[in-house]
Design a protein around this ligand. Structure first.
Ligand SMILES: C[S@@+](CC[C@H](N)C(=O)[O-])C[C@H]1O[C@@H](n2cnc3c(N)ncnc32)[C@H](O)[C@@H]1O
Length: 238
């Protein structure tokens, strides 16, 4: 039954069946996944918090998107072991840059040898700590305004609105911000009495608020895609 289908599947996608998702992975994603991304994905799978990683199909999507928009100067908030970071680093040119932020350096360093082996670590400027103060500093500084081609946000959902207030200044007109998890495990349409896990319930209101705010923001064009846990692309138009 359609209304139950999201609870029946155990994968990191909102598709109607495991088989369909598996088909995408096996037909399109895994055969073309760069060796380094495969290695990082397999390494991450052994980590206790592996649920946090960006899925392989989303990694492929980000890699393609970055090439389509010719992204060079990028930012990522929420690195974990670096799967989306590596997808970005492999997509941008050799002199491209990624300002990458995470409160946890250990997880980044777990994946770093794979990123180094892939020959793309020189593109990454990793900052350990909460992202918000760094963004505030960049806004205050002035010289970063309108300089980013692409920004990927995959961190603390309760701060997405705060991030957006700052990132809209930092992304260039015509550039793209991608907010991850905007369908939040399908919970955005769950009834009030649905048995949601505690953290899903807690962050759901923030995700709902973000989705409303993005839809009402005339400075951006948006497109919400059911890739991974939902990703909303925002193209700055003014
Ligand atoms: C879902 S994971 C990121 C997954 C990553 N994009 C990947 O491809 O594997 C979320 C990350 O956000 C980080 N995080 C949480 N709060 C943060 C904050 N205030 N500033 C920066 N990073 C934060 C967490 O430490 C965690 O590594």
């Amino acid at each position: 039954m359609a209304e139950n289908r999201h609870q029946e599947v155990g994968h990191k996608s909102l598709l109607q069946s495991d088989a369909l998702y598996q088909y995408i992975l096996e037909t399109s994603v895994y055969p073309r996944e760069p060796e380094a991304m495969k290695e990082l994905r397999e390494l991450t799978a052994k980590h206790p918090w592996n649920i946090m990683t960006t899925s392989a199909d989303e990694g492929q999507f980000l890699n393609m998107l970055l090439k389509l928009i010719n992204a060079k100067n990028t930012m990522e908030i929420g690195v974990y072991t670096g799967y989306s970071l590596l997808a970005t680093a492999l997509a941008i040119p050799d002199d491209g840059k990624i300002l990458a932020m995470d409160i946890n350096r250990d997880n980044y360093e777990l994946g770093l040898p794979v990123i180094e082996k892939a020959g793309v670590a020189h593109k990454i400027d990793f900052k350990e700590g909460p992202a918000l103060p760094v963004l505030d500093q960049m806004i205050e500084d002035g010289k970063y305004h309108g300089t980013f081609d692409f920004i990927f946000v995959d961190a603390d959902k309760d701060n997405y609105i705060n991030y957006h207030k700052r990132l809209i200044e930092l992304v260039k007109v015509g550039g793209v911000i991608g907010y991850d998890n905007t369908l939040w495990n399908g919970s955005v349409v769950a009834p009030p009495d649905a048995p949601l896990r505690k953290y899903v319930r807690y962050y759901r209101d923030f995700v709902l608020e973000l989705n409303k705010a993005l839809a009402a923001d005339s400075r951006i064009e948006i497109c919400m895609l059911p890739v991974g846990d939902g990703i909303t692309l925002c193209r700055r138009v003014s």
